[in-house]
Design a protein around this ligand. Structure first.
Ligand code: ATP
Length: 868
């Protein structure tokens, strides 16, 4: 439809053939067939066949294929066959792993896709944003992402941030009137909303005019940025490391090749050997191991209610040293219940209200009128604070919808966490009244009078003190307190924030939101794990402190401050104090970003939770932004790296424990590969330097590297999570994964494997048959590397972690052992794989030597590794 902004909303509705009850299921079906899903084109996913051929493009595989070709030319057809079999099997294995990892990461993405509220078949329902069609009637509330282009039908102070389209960071104030101008830019189309923007304030209802690639953002975005696969920092640094290592190894391979030639060895054999050595020693699988371990790890985290939206966050999780958490709903249950009412200068228990008394009746009515929440068919819709008021009235058999019908709303100033106030204008007995509710400290300054049973009186200092004392008493018990006030206004008078003044105070309502049962335990676990839990809340300082004390976040009153205090401090002052503060009360979203920065400046890795429309910047600034899945706005979810499907603080702690384990598993898996490769290279160098016959045939190294190596490496990466991991301190993020300690371990473990291999080799050589020696060296290296998988599982000994707790590794090791024995024992394969038949004693030697690194390293762990 052209020039939608010129038309009235009624004209747009009729042009789109939409009625007031919205589209029917049938309409939606038809329109979807016509317009398709509401999504931007993504980069096309690769098919399994493409992935398979991609594997063959790998630098090392190309070298191998070249070697196979050269062999074929020189008539060494056996070599060619072996290389081809090994390369193809390896590529199939790689493809399966890649596709599985991809599938699991995609299903994760689907879990965190945004949703929207639409009117269909006459009822309001929530649907995934991709299912919106042209003509759908869409509801917009603060924090919602606008997921399609649309024309405004109803407007309640709607403000929208359209910076992704216009670059303008200030919100655009919307208006419903048609615009009678030519050449109107997007930013000036005030009666329209656009996909890719989000609601910062107010409410609105729109009819969808364009979806998917037809939206304004669709026209400028050819590719979805999120669809571009970015490597995580760890993958990037491993890629870099892998390249350096490859260079060094190629130099070694060239040297060995030259030495072999000088010694008069056969050119083809020497060449094949150099190639095999390079392939065996270069750890080509590093970054794909990270992908696989991350894919499995994030799957587990999703099952435990933490959905990872940005993969790199998993790497940061392990290093988190501070969690800044919201209180309401995250540390508490978000199940508010009214406890007391303070009205007519006295406190009334929640079940003792006397509705025959005018003031007690009116505060109850006001609490329903200045309120957007409702319960329909026992289903609660809205904010828990307001729902507490609805439920409270229900206990007195008063229905909020009946009251709202009787005293209709004329206007409203919606609640926002910044203002901490909400105002509505309702008609009551022929007059218009403003009703304002909100945080008492904000309300106090706006009061001019107080109504008691003696009439409306002036608001004196002593009245103020009295109310403050009641507020304090409530708050000390961890109760949330709302103040209520009103004033009469002229009919037809439009209201603004400045009108929230000169109000008449009527009373307070206190409500209880108990801590979650798990919170205290999770807080203790954090402290044990060297992580500082910090509470950040919009609630009152005394209320927040009472709850924080109960769950163990706050030890001393002086650790609690208010947003107001932060405003007085410079960034440097905040940095100085930040380590001593556990509770921030009456905080606005802008304060959150300063708190995160202050911790980060001090070298900490910070997780920050958020749910509100203005939490986006802080969530992005944090190392790991965590959004609430249930109560969180779409904007907060979009800005975060992790979404909690249960809003629960203890889920963050679990996610950190998973993050630590995943990182440790990746490290162990890489250590496993590098130590094994080192073992092989050291054995080759030893023989080469001493001018002995080469201990392995080229095909032996290919066999180990490509067939029996990658499965145990993955299995080590899937090690079940170690319960003790949360007794350690957070990882220092400045220490790279491949640090000095890591290098020492790789080299020493590699050396032990090399020694075992060479002992077998020497015993083999003593028979006088080089082929037996090579077979024994090959079999020992292969088995020693497989068994070394058990060493690589953890820094702790097997006695501590249990021999049978990683079933994947058992599977990989048994499979590897079986493959080796097939080659060793099948006469038809012995020729191809260049192995000699062995006797029982030789098998015994191989097993003894292959088990030697396992025994030595386990012994070391039992004796010298500190138990956590
Ligand atoms: P957090 O989730 O960060 O712990 P919060 O959700 O408690 O904080 P807000 O919702 O921003 O913080 O509430 C801040 C204050 O605003 C509350 O202490 C309360 O006094 C007041 N308030 C909360 N909800 C409403 C509402 N719907 N209408 C009016 N005032 C409200």
């Amino acid at each position: 439809m052209k020039d939608v902004f010129r038309k009235t909303s009624a004209e747009v509705l009729s042009a789109l053939d939409v009625t007031e009850t919205g589209l029917t299921t049938d309409d939606v079906q038809k329109r979807r067939e016509q317009y398709g899903y509401n999504e931007l084109d993504e980069i096309k996913r690769k098919t399994a066949v493409q992935v398979f051929f991609e594997q063959l493009k790998d630098f090392l595989v190309i070298i191998l294929l070249a070697a196979a070709l050269i062999s074929a030319f020189l008539g060494e057809i056996e070599n060619t066959i072996v290389i081809m079999i090994v390369v193809i099997l390896n590529a199939i294995l790689g493809t399966v792993q890649h596709v599985k990892a991809e599938q699991s990461l995609n299903s994760l993405k689907a879990l965190s896709s945004p949703s929207a509220k639409v009117l269909r078949n006459g009822t309001k329902e929530e649907v995934p944003s991709r299912e919106i069609v042209v003509g759908d009637i869409l509801y917009l509330d603060p924090g919602d992402l606008v997921s399609a282009d649309g024309r405004l039908l109803e407007n309640y102070s709607l403000q929208i941030n359209e910076s992704s389209l216009t670059g303008e960071s200030l919100s655009s104030l919307k208006d419903i009137e048609p615009i009678n101008e030519d050449d109107v830019s997007i930013g000036d189309k005030k009666n329209m909303v656009f996909s890719g923007s989000f609601v910062t304030y107010g409410r609105g209802v729109v009819v969808v005019t364009n979806t998917g690639m037809k939206t304004e953002i669709g026209k400028i975005a050819n590719l979805l940025e999120s669809a571009i696969e970015k490597k995580t920092p760890l993958q990037a640094s491993l890629d870099k490391f892998g390249k350096y290592l490859a260079l060094i190894i190629i130099v070694i391979a060239v040297l060995i090749f030259t030495v072999d030639l000088v010694r008069g060895n056969d050119v083809v054999d020497s060449f094949m050997f150099a190639v095999a050595l390079a392939v065996a020693a270069i750890p080509e699988a590093l970054s794909s191991i990270v992908t696989i371990v991350l894919a499995f790890g994030t799957q587990k985290m999703a099952k435990e209610n933490a959905i990872v939206r940005k993969l790199h966050a998993v790497e940061s999780l392990g290093g988190i040293s501070v969690i800044c958490s919201d209180k309401t709903g995250t540390l508490t249950q978000n199940k508010m219940t009214v406890q007391h009412i303070y009205v007519d200068q006295k406190v009334v228990e929640h079940d003792q209200l006397d509705l025959d008394k005018d003031l007690e009746n009116r505060i109850l009515l006001m609490s329903l009128l200045c309120n957007d929440s409702e319960t329909v068919d026992n289903k609660a819709i809205g904010d828990p604070t307001e729902l507490a008021l609805v439920n409270f009235a229900e206990a007195y058999n008063i229905d909020e919808l009946v009251i709202r019908d009787k005293y209709p709303r004329v206007e409203e100033l919606p609640f926002s966490s910044d203002r901490k106030l909400m105002t509505t204008v309702n008609t009551y007995e022929g007059k218009n009244y403003m009703v304002t509710k909100g945080a008492l400290d904000v309300l106090l300054d706006r009061l001019a009078k107080i109504e008691t049973s003696e009439g409306v009186l002036a608001f004196t200092d002593s009245t103020k003190q009295q109310i403050e004392q009641v507020n304090k008493d409530f708050s000390m018990n961890g109760l949330r307190v709302l103040g209520f006030a009103y004033k009469e206004i002229a009919e037809g008078q439009a209201i603004d924030f400045e009108d929230e003044n000169d109000l008449t105070f009527i009373g307070l309502i206190s409500m209880m939101d108990p801590p979650r049962d798990e919170s205290a335990h999770a807080v203790a676990a954090c402290i044990d794990a060297g992580i500082k839990p910090v509470m950040i809340t919009g609630d009152h300082k005394i209320t927040a402190s009472a709850i924080a004390k109960k769950i163990g976040i706050l030890k001393h009153e002086s650790e609690a401050v208010e947003g107001f205090d932060i405003e007085k401090w410079s960034d440097e002052e905040l940095q100085e104090k930040v380590a001593d503060i556990s509770v921030y009360a009456r905080v606005s979203p802008e304060h959150k970003i300063r708190i995160v920065r202050a911790w980060q400046e001090k070298g900490n890795v910070v997780a920050m939770t958020g749910d509100g429309v203005n939490d986006g910047p802080a969530l992005k600034q944090a190392d790991v932004g965590v959004a609430m899945g249930i109560t969180g706005t779409e904007v907060a979810k979009e800005a975060s790296a992790i979404v909690l499907t249960d809003d629960n603080f203890s889920t963050i702690v679990k996610a950190i424990s998973n993050g630590r384990s995943i990182y440790a598993n990746i490290q162990n898996s890489i250590k496993f590969l590098l130590a094994g490769n080192t073992g092989g290279v050291v054995a080759v160098l030893y023989a080469s330097i001493l001018a002995m016959p080469v201990p392995f045939a080229a095909v032996h190294l290919l066999f180990i590297n490509l067939l029996t190596d990658s499965l145990p490496a993955i299995a080590v990466g899937l090690e079940p999570h170690n319960k003790d991991i949360m007794k350690e301190k957070p990882r220092d993020n400045d220490t790279p994964l491949l640090n000095k300690r890591f290098a020492v371990q790789v080299l020493s473990e590699g050396l032990v494997i090399a020694i075992a291999t060479l002992v077998s080799y020497h015993i083999g050589l003593s028979t006088g048959d080089n082929m037996i020696a090579a077979t024994m060296a090959f079999a020992t290296l292969c088995l020693a590397r497989l068994f070394h998988g058990f060493n690589a599982r953890s820094s702790q000994s097997l006695f501590r972690i249990g021999l049978f707790t990683n079933k994947y590794l058992w599977f990989a090791v048994i499979l590897g052992v079986a493959l080796l024995h097939i080659v060793l024992l099948t006469p038809a394969l012995q020729g191809i794989f260049k192995v000699a038949p062995l006797n029982a004693a030789q098998f015994g030697t191989i097993y003894m030597m292959a088990l030697m690194p396992l025994v030595v390293i386990q012994l070391y762990k039992v004796l010298f590794v500190k138990k956590v």
